[in-house]
Design a protein around this ligand. Structure first.
Ligand SMILES: [Zn+2]
Ligand SMILES: [Zn+2]
Length: 120
């Protein structure tokens, strides 16, 4: 039983991808048929996919996967920066009592943005 795709949770539609064979064998990997995420590849002989299947299933400790996850997270963070906004009713933007940005507003938007800055 293969582990679900870490990006979309797909469990059934895992496909086998293959590269150009060379003298070591054929580079073979599992990929998600739903979102296209690739597992780590391994050389295979005679269409034996046990090694890439193993790689797919140990992926959480694999740097390839970690790198891809960080990429996905960074994309999500930049979307947040772009689309997040003050909650309706938050009027801190219109307060002139304090220097702008000196206090986080009470809806949490300013605090969220500060957190995102730190994650850069
Ligand atoms: Zn997927
Ligand atoms: Zn606010």
């Amino acid at each position: 039983m293969n582990k679900p795709c870490p990006f979309c949770g797909e469990t059934k539609d895992l496909e086998v991808g293959q590269g150009t064979p060379d003298r070591e064998g054929t580079p073979t990997w599992l990929y998600c048929g739903n979102c296209g995420a690739n597992g780590p590849w391994a050389y295979c002989k005679n269409n034996d996919v046990s090694e890439p299947t193993k790689q797919w299933n140990v992926r959480t400790t694999d740097n390839v996967w970690a790198g891809k996850q960080i990429e996905t997270l960074n994309a999500a963070i930049s979307h947040l920066r772009e689309y997040a906004g003050h909650k309706r009713g938050c009027d801190s933007r219109f307060s002139y009592d304090t220097e702008p940005g000196s206090l986080p507003c009470d809806c949490g938007y300013d605090a969220l943005m500060a957190e995102l800055e730190e994650s850069k």
